[in-house]
Ligand binder design. Structure first.
Ligand SMILES: Nc1ncnc2c1ncn2[C@@H]1O[C@H](COP(=O)(O)OP(=O)(O)OP(=O)(O)O)[C@@H](O)[C@H]1O
Ligand SMILES: [Mg+2]
Length: 323
């Protein structure tokens, strides 16, 4: 069982700009949710908040299950990290810690070969065994074979930057979908994938029993893999979210309905404002000649002030395009 729930997330960028303004949605057990929105609306930032890399200024994130994250930069790796590093980056925190300790101990052994170093190395090997490190190798072997067509032994020291963008993505995706995390957060998993790769991704998301939240700008992937769609909508004081509880086939109609409703609410608000202002003016004129109207005149002023203070209903969001 795995779920994710965001409540009223408010987030300000370091430069003081408000990026998110009350974002909230839920990804239920086994749901496949697409998170969409124009460039720069805050989708990646939201994944960083969910992953715990950033703390929201207001609101809360709660989840059950074990979270696996594929970040947007996978596919553009240019540093000297290896295939093994890339696989480790989506392994569990205890595995990552044990692997780092083992690497350090091995490197130290190359330089000093005293008893203390040997003890440390023995401890690191034993910790590696304790976190299931030895079982990971056959698992990674399946992953590299599926993603790169080569066994882990041959792939592991290869620089990840020498893999194509699509191969980097595929490697991480194979590891996450075959792995034990049951709540997956995927930031633009389809980027760099060729057509067969995209088809594979669509069916892998759809057929998986994990809960998946994925960010995409690709309407085919959204249409073929998502059964819920969360839209981040830019606004003057940060993005808000709108949740469509169905797939892409019904998305546009639902969105137009909702926008028409917002339009209607706004029109009614404007009409009411005109009426209230006219009433205040009328009563002001009457009050000049009739003392008995003064109380009604003041009441109408208060009503207008309150109405204006409450402000108009939510504005219809800017048009967005999903390509
Ligand atoms: N540390 C930071 N300081 C200032 N601005 C930042 C910082 N991090 C992100 N931003 C800005 O926040 C906005 C949202 O960025 P984010 O990466 O979350 O967008 P996105 O929705 O994922 O966009 P895309 O679809 O292009 O991936 C952008 O305008 C970005 O420039
Ligand atoms: Mg992004």
């Amino acid at each position: 069982m795995a779920h994710l729930e965001l409540n009223d997330i408010v987030y300000f960028l370091p430069d003081g700009r408000q990026l998110l303004n009350g974002v909230g949605f839920r990804v239920g057990d086994g749901a496949k949710t697409a998170l969409i929105g124009p460039n720069g609306t805050g989708k990646t930032t939201l994944t960083r908040i969910i992953a715990g890399d950033e703390t929201p200024d207001e609101g809360s994130v709660s989840s059950s299950g074990s979270l696996g994250v594929m970040r947007q930069f996978v596919g553009q790796l240019r540093d000297d990290s290896t295939v093994r590093d890339l696989l480790l980056s989506v392994a569990s925190p205890p595995v990552r810690t044990a692997a780092a300790a083992l690497d350090t101990a091995e490197n130290t052994m190359i330089e000093v070969d005293d008893e203390k170093t040997q003890m440390k190395y023995a401890q690191a090997l034993s910790d590696w065994g304790d976190v299931g490190g030895y079982d990971l190798e056959p698992f990674w072997d399946k992953v590299t074979t599926a993603a790169l067509g080569m066994p882990f032994d041959r792939a592991k020291w290869r620089a990840a930057s020498t893999l194509s963008g699509g191969e980097q993505k595929r490697l991480v995706l194979e590891a996450l979908f075959a792995g034990s995390d049951n709540l997956l957060l995927l930031d633009e998993p389809d980027n760099y994938l060729d057509v067969p790769g995209k088809r594979w991704l669509e069916s892998t998301i759809r057929d998986s029993d994990k809960s998946v939240l994925f960010i995409s700008h690709d309407r085919e992937l959204i249409a073929n893999a998502a059964n819920r769609i969360v839209t981040l909508e830019p606004g003057v004081s940060g993005a808000t979210s709108w949740v469509h509880g169905g797939g892409f086939a019904t998305y546009h109609a639902a969105r137009e309905d909702r926008n028409a409703r917002l339009d209607e609410l706004r029109r009614r608000w404007d009409e009411e404002l005109v009426k209230l202002r006219a009433l205040v003016l009328r009563l002001r004129e009457k009050a000049k000649f009739n003392d008995g109207v003064a109380a009604r005149y003041h009441a109408s002023q208060t009503r207008l002030a309150k109405f204006e203070e409450a402000g108009p209903p939510e504005a219809v969001p800017l048009k967005q395009h999903v390509t």
